[in-house]
Design a protein around this ligand. Structure first.
Ligand code: GDP
Ligand code: CA
Length: 310
């Protein structure tokens, strides 16, 4: 089994490659839910949906989130009433949230609902929310105040300086049995090239996950989301700097050294290999910009070999 700790976009691209490289039945993603938000009474799980829509081939290619061929009539009507409209929900996407909200209201777990949603999209791999409990990523701003993740990411377009991040509810939340089994029973666990602070951070904060990952460090492989000192997209580079870490593959190595024995970095960062090895991780340098599935599939094969062979 090939298990991936997953946020949104970076993880979804990696998973596309894993599906090309392996039997889909052997691929499992344990997905962050710290970004989840309730808006207009709807339960929204952005990272789960980004993974689902991407793997279904239905993600909007330009925006990188939401469904292709969207229309926005519901949002327009919401605007008419003065409803909160900073978080765009397409008409098609709303169908997913209606279904999820209804099923959760009936008492289904997020794990069960996610299985139903992914089956309906024809996914042949498993997507598992890390927990069925609520956790919420919150960020304290240098200018004062604390905001939720989507307010930071979407409403303020992450154009504000952050002084700290916390995961509300993570202390009480427990990983699902399915998520823990996917970690402990995998040949290789891959920490996807997702945001280390706000995608992988909340996953590890859920009860049981960090211990389960550390216990099998030798067979875990992390892929750096930082390439040439920068995030390809989003605030991962800035968040690392704002929290006093380094926005480079070395910063990523320091964060992951106790969690994974191997770090995959982009060719462009190859010169830093010795310094990473001095931090205590083995290094694989190869193309990691997954602009096409072939690159992602090669990346997945390299990760699997690095983890599973030990
Ligand atoms: P979000 O939840 O949608 O913000 O997505 P993630 O946390 O999964 O991913 C955001 C991170 O993925 C950013 O730091 C990007 O640099 C990284 N990323 C996105 N695409 C790629 C890629 O093709 N290769 C690598 N190495 N990183 C990527
Ligand atoms: Ca996310």
């Amino acid at each position: 089994m090939h298990t991936v700790l997953a946020g949104g976009v970076g993880a979804a691209r990696y998973l596309l490659g894993a599906l090309e490289a392996f039997d889909p039945a052997e691929v499992t993603a344990v997905v962050n839910v710290g970004d989840d938000i309730t808006l207009h009474g709807l339960s929204i799980s952005p990272d789960l949906d980004t993974c689902t829509y991407t793997l279904a081939g239905a993600i909007d290619p330009e925006r990188g989130w939401g469904l292709v061929d969207e229309s926005w009539q519901a949002m327009a009507e919401l605007g008419r009433y003065g409803g909160e409209s900073w978080f765009s929900l397409g008409d098609r996407d709303i169908g997913t949230h209606l279904y999820r909200t209804h099923r959760l209201g009936q008492g289904a777990t997020l794990t069960e609902v996610t299985a139903e949603i992914t089956a309906a999209w024809g996914l042949r791999c498993r997507l598992l929310p890390v927990t069925d409990d609520r956790i919420e990523t919150r960020l304290t701003l240098v200018d004062g105040g604390e905001i939720g993740f989507q307010e930071y990411f979407v409403r303020l377009r992450h154009d504000v300086e952050v002084s700290s991040v916390r995961f509300v509810g993570a202390g009480e939340a427990v990983a699902t049995d399915a998520a823990l089994a996917a970690i402990t029973e995998a040949d290789t666990v891959v920490i996807a090239p997702s945001n280390p602070v706000v995608s992988i951070g909340p996953l590890l904060a859920v009860g049981g996950v960090d211990d389960a990952i550390r216990a099998r460090r030798e067979r875990n492989v992390a892929v750096s989301p930082i390439i040439g000192g920068k995030a390809l997209k989003g605030p991962a580079d800035r968040l690392l700097r704002e929290l006093g870490e380094e926005s480079s593959v070395l910063g990523v190595a320091r964060r992951y050294r106790d969690l994974a024995a191997t770090l995959v970095i982009d060719d462009i960062d190859r010169d830093l290999s010795d310094e990473i090895e001095a931090i205590g991780m083995r290094v694989i340098a190869m193309p990691t910009i997954m602009s096409e599935p072939g690159v992602a599939a090669a990346l997945a094969r390299a990760c699997h070999a690095a983890g599973g062979s030990r």
